[in-house]
Design a protein around this ligand. Structure first.
Ligand code: ZN
Length: 141
């Protein structure tokens, strides 16, 4: 390291990082020194921004429907329902007896029978493989 560079670093280290100094820095970004000073988003540009986040331009767009089963799976009620179904079936697939990769399946689609969503009687424990064989697996109807 050159003597010059070393001195420079030394100098930086000794800079007074006082409140006053920080305030000075803060103020230097305010007012007319801020490139955004005095400018505001016009109503029009706000609309443009909004329009860009709407519909299929939004990366979160999924074709206009929030998949209800996805939202549902995150609820505490769903977790309780699933735990109750598993417990009743002793964490075992009721079709093949597997205890691996078990799912709680709705016998009647909860999209069609919203009142049965959290009915234990409408739930059954299936392993992943068996679950995939059901009519209600995935997007099959
Ligand atoms: Zn199974």
């Amino acid at each position: 390291m050159t003597e010059k560079k070393r001195k420079h670093l030394e100098c930086l280290k000794n800079l007074p990082r006082t409140k006053k100094w920080n305030e000075k820095i803060r103020k230097s970004h305010l007012g007319e020194k801020n490139p955004f000073f005095g400018k505001h988003h016009s109503g029009e540009s706000k609309e443009k921004i909004k329009a860009n986040m709407r519909g299929n331009k939004n990366p979160n767009w999924h074709g206009g429907v929030t998949p209800i089963h996805m939202a549902l799976r995150k609820t505490a009620e769903y977790k309780l329902w699933r735990a109750a179904v598993f417990a009743r079936d002793r964490w075992t697939c009721i079709w093949c007896g597997s205890k691996k990769n078990i799912h709680a399946d709705h016998i009647k689609r909860f999209a069609d029978y919203p009142e049965l969503r959290f009915a234990i009687d409408n739930g059954r424990t299936l392993c992943r493989e068996c679950h995939q064989k059901t009519d209600t697996w995935g997007h099959k109807k």
